[in-house]
Design a protein around this ligand. Sequence first.
Ligand code: ZN
Length: 267
Amino acid sequence: MPDDIDYEIYAIKYAHLFRHSPENFIAGDEHDVPMPLDYFVWAIKSPRKTLILDTGFAPAMGVKRGRQHIRSPAEGLKAIGVEPDQVEDVIISHMHYDHCGNHDLFPRARYHLQDREMAYCTGRCMGHAHLRGAFEVDDVVQMIRRIFDGRAVFHDGAGQIAPGITVHHVGGHTSGLQVVRVRTRRGWMVLASDASHFYANFEQSRPFPVVASVVEMLEGYRTLHDLASSRQHIIPGHDPLVLARYPAASAGLAGIVARLDADPATP
Ligand SMILES: [Zn+2]
């Protein structure tokens, strides 16, 4: 029965950026230690359906922005048996360049996003260099084209994408950022994307410095806890610890694809 579906979830790493910990918190960090970012797309799988959360960026964007592009998200998806051109639903957490590029990867898909995110990335806030820094106008134009093609699905707050999969507006990092709640065999998981870049952001309520609303970001950390079965069911958007804590999807995919509906190795 559709309502009984328990999904598998996979985190697929496609890029990397080295940096130090003070860059990952608004108030800096008294321990100046290496704290790099991994970049992921996520696949949510059942026997009947596969949905994708976020689409990553292409190699040229990695060069432009000084990020280490490691592999195409398509390569990681094919390694777990997902054919991108068969995917029917893509959820976009927010419109930053590292979450909505690779425009031609999912030619059949509908794109799910929040009303507020489209208003944010096409409105007055993009007149401020500080706020538009992580947006690419080509990504925004591409999404507008999808709207006119009838391939964008808008959500306002909470919305169901499929039985057992819902999106929830959080805001904070961007005005219309949404997170995804998924039913799995071990409970309700929450894919936070950039509602929390690292475990440390939501576990310690220490906001990330790229932010549209600090209030919403802090409230968002609370929302993640409310939506997830436990704090071990929350997956941050850029933390290399995800690949350390969760088992590889298969022996050959260690460090590339983690299985998130499996039990984590450490609390
Ligand atoms: Zn991001």
